[in-house]
Design a protein around this ligand. Sequence first.
Ligand code: R5P
Length: 257
Amino acid sequence: MDFGMENRLSKIFKPKSGKTVMLAVDHGYFQGPTTGLVNLEKTIEPLGNLADCLFITRGMLRNCVEKKITSSICLRVSGGPSILRELSNEDIVVSIEEALRLNASGVGMSIFVGAENEDRSIVNLGRLVNEAEKYGIPVLAITAVGKEMGRDARYLGLACRIAAELGSRIVKTYYCKDFYKITESCPVPVVMAGGKKIPEKDALKMTENAIKEGASGVDMGRNIFQSTNPVKMIKAIKAIVHEGADSKEAYKLYSKK
Ligand code: R5P
């Protein structure tokens, strides 16, 4: 691996644990002002420096993030449709030059396996990998799950494997039963997205399970920024991901006055 690629990956995955706690705040790129992200600046202010990496769009990075932030940046570079339309109709909307200008340590886009525009999203992933690899930028592929698409290990395993085959350096997917089957058949690091907000105790248990089943960390949004106490929640997640805490210990940390 060349220096640029390796160095950027080390800004996402902490060298000591080899894992990452990414904070996903990109939801607005198709759903507008999401609960918890209405004032993104306010959301990020206490959390930004606690995350290893922020997963964010370029507009929000420019306008809502303190320039001295210590966490690295992974830039969402796909977009197109809003929540009102067919979500798989995405394209790549940010150039690699822009990612370099914004000092991104990675770029990310969604693929829509099984959806109307499956093939276009996968071809776009190949194109993005071609461009990003030239400059040593890792590509993170997200296995988007539409309303009609399943969330079982067979479906998500298929999507993750395709993402890795196309050259993604990191894959983000959702937790499901037999999650280990996904990580087992995916040769690149898999990070878990949190999905819809669930009780803190359950989100911590899901994180513990994902790590035990081979995840290299999380790229979590709603279960952190919609938590009653986002700062305590990200600290509890970090304890599981980086320090090997179990969910009970992490929940104690979360509940501590
Ligand atoms: C979807 O909008 C994005 O890919 C999110 O970054 C991803 O779903 C992770 O966020 P959450 O943990 O809220 O699902």
